[in-house]
Design a binder for this molecule. Structure first.
Ligand code: ADP
Ligand code: ZN
Ligand code: MG
Length: 477
């Protein structure tokens, strides 16, 4: 019997706002000192009142519109009650019945809803953290009350690859929209996968897997869990509906608890907050503020630069990179009308990236401007610089941020293109290489390339290859 997998994702994303969801505390994910960004509201002291952070609502609306979802006419917050030591209030303010966004689609996967809620604090389990050296759990409430959005898909996903592709694209969009860094390592983006196997059109029991902390883990966890379920079913067993966790070290899902039911949470409308009046939000302006999304950019780059879809992926991986390349390409075009963007692409994706990775420099810290970068490509494309010197020049540009035209002169990298100067070197090479010279005279073109290479080596790459070729042809006629 064959089993058909059904997968649905629940993805939490911490939003990048200045302050928390319901109080004026700073939302600073990089704050290292525990329990600094806290106040009576986010610590759940009795008698305090929450207020809604409108910027967080804007952010969720922005994502909803970008995914083609519908913004609710009326929405409100609900209380979701449960106990856990990282939740000082004993309840989470979330949205149950009227999520901000319903519908929408991404990579063919339908989106059920996107709602807004608050994050919990962080627990730190230490084996010896107290003065007496006893094991203890510490709690940091800096993250308590930070705006968190939750996106729930329909169960439209069929395998691990599709799930990862969906999550990756969502991360890219969220970053393009500027609403979150969506960093999985920092717990800024968290993925839960729901999985079931059906047979003979019979819907299977679904299992939810939590604690998945990387895209690689999403893939492994889904593969593992589907296999686990298949094995049980093949043996005639039953899948129990439960929440499992992904154990990264064991590369296994492990049972955590039987699935809680909605009624366990005792949802009810949050009495301390007014219903959300969406008329107060300028949805038109939010719509206008959505710039080109990754998918549109991909296709435009393929069209405009003649690259294949795989090649553009590395250019659009973040907005800053895409903007840099695009600005450089447009500058290059203004210098060389019938330009081939491949040179620019290669310098960008291999040479410049290489230097940036080595020095640990991000695109936003780069001293090289797109214009200067384009000038370098233009100079090499025109044959005014050997590729060896171009690499040297790029490193200088990286350090100083100066224009390659100026640097080239300052560094004495102007190619020797003076025929008379080159004749002396060429004559020497002819003298010392009788065999290749003979070969060339017999019509072997490769021999000429070898001879040119000798001149390039002798001049430390400073000769103009095209002029060298001319001189050889003239002298060996
Ligand atoms: P619950 O009420 O148990 O949380 P939901 O209906 O809210 O279940 O769905 C939660 C997630 O589970 C969604 O992402 C949804 O797509 C997914 N899901 C629903 N039914 C199935 C199923 N039969 N198999 C796998 N995933 C499912
Ligand atoms: Zn606070
Ligand atoms: Mg649910």
């Amino acid at each position: 019997m064959s089993y058909l997998p059904t997968i649905g994702l629940e993805i939490h994303v911490g939003l990048k706002t200045r302050t928390k969801m319901f109080c004026a505390c700073l939302n600073d994910p990089d704050e290292k000192h525990p329990n600094i960004n806290v106040c009576p509201v986010c610590l759940g002291h009795p008698g305090t009142l929450p207020t809604i952070n409108k910027k967080a609502v804007d952010a969720v609306i922005k994502l909803g519109l970008a995914l083609g979802g519908k913004v609710a006419a009326d929405s409100h917050f609900d209380r979701k009650s449960y106990f856990y030591p990282d939740l000082p209030k004993g309840y989470q303010i979330s949205q149950h019945e009227e999520p901000l966004i319903t519908g929408g689609i991404l990579k063919g996967i339908r989106i059920r809803r996107i709602h807004l809620e608050e994050d919990a604090g962080r627990l730190l389990h230490e084996s010896s953290s107290t003065d007496s050296g006893e094991p203890a759990s510490l709690v940091d409430f800096n993250r308590a009350g930070v705006p968190l959005m939750e996106l729930v898909t329909e169960p439209d996903i069929k395998n691990a690859d599709e799930a990862v592709a969906f999550a990756r694209e969502l991360r890219l969009i969220v970053r393009y929209l500027g609403i979150s860094d969506a960093d999985m390592e920092k717990g800024n983006m968290r993925i839960e996968a729901n999985m079931s196997l059906s047979a003979n059109q019979q819907k299977g029991t679904k299992v939810e897997v939590k604690n998945i902390n990387s895209f690689k883990a999403v893939h492994s966890a889904i593969r593992y869990e589907l296999e686990r379920q298949e094995e049980i079913l093949k043996k005639g067993g039953k899948i129990s509906q439960e929440t499992r966790g992904w154990d990264e070290t064991k590369q296994k899902t492990v049972s955590q608890r039987s699935k809680e039911k909605t009624q366990d949470y005792r949802y009810f409308p949050e009495p301390d907050l007014p219903p959300l009046d969406l008329k107060e939000f300028d949805i038109e302006s939010i719509k206008v503020s959505i710039l080109e999304l990754p998918e549109a950019k991909r296709h435009r780059f393929v069209q405009e630069f003649g690259f294949n879809i795989g090649a553009v992926e590395t250019l659009i991986e973040n907005k800053e990179t895409a903007d840099f390349f695009e600005a450089a390409a447009s500058e290059l075009k203004s210098k060389i009308s019938n330009t081939d963007y491949k040179i620019l692409y290669n310098y960008f994706t291999s040479d410049l990236r290489g230097i940036m990775n080595e020095k640990g420099t991000g695109i936003d810290e780069l001293k090289i401007t797109p214009e200067h970068f384009a000038h370098l490509a233009a100079i090499t494309e025109k044959g005014e610089l050997s590729s060896r010197l171009a690499k040297k020049l790029l490193l200088k540009m990286f350090e100083t941020g100066d224009d390659p035209e100026v640097l080239k002169r300052e560094e004495g990298m102007d190619l020797i293109s003076n025929e008379q100067a080159l004749e002396l070197v060429v004559k020497k090479i002819i003298e010392n290489n009788p065999k290749p010279v003979e070969d060339y005279k017999k019509g072997k073109e490769q021999a000429l390339q070898f001879l040119i290479g000798q001149v390039m080596a002798k001049t430390k790459g400073q000769a103009s290859p095209s002029v060298v070729a001319e001189v050889f042809k003239k002298l060996l006629k």
